[in-house]
Write a protein that binds this ligand. Structure first.
Ligand code: ZN
Length: 119
């Protein structure tokens, strides 16, 4: 699997950017905590790179689940704002594990933003 740079979620095309620092993921004050962020206004997903490939996949799935929820108002209503984060987090962990354990995806060994290897 190559790192995707765009993704269509329902009727919306998101750009996916891979960044090297948490500050690039989000400008929020607590951005040190962020490994990924989906911006639904400018339709951009930022993923922190320089981490193990399984962590990158999990973050990518996590942000995609947020995008799916955002683009499906009925789903957002079902989940509720207070539960969305925990449900998305749980599903992302299990989906990433399922995809990797069953070898349905092979994450690239190379960081898409540089020639440095990911450990
Ligand atoms: Zn989240």
């Amino acid at each position: 699997m190559k790192y995707p740079t765009t993704v269509k979620v329902r009727d919306t095309l998101y750009k996916i950017e891979y960044v090297n620092t948490s500050r690039e993921v989000s400008t929020n004050l607590d951005s040190d905590l962020y490994c990924g962020m989906a911006n639904h206004v400018n339709r951009t997903i930022r993923i922190l790179i320089n981490r193990p490939s399984n962590a990158i996949l999990e973050t990518l799935i996590h942000e995609l689940l947020h995008c799916i929820t955002e683009r499906n108002p009925a789903l957002l209503t079902l989940l509720g704002d207070d539960k969305e984060e925990s449900i998305v987090s749980t599903f992302a962990i299990d989906l990433a594990m399922l995809l990797l354990d069953n070898k349905w995806v092979n994450m690239p060994k190379q960081d898409p933003t540089s020639t440095r290897r990911i450990k």
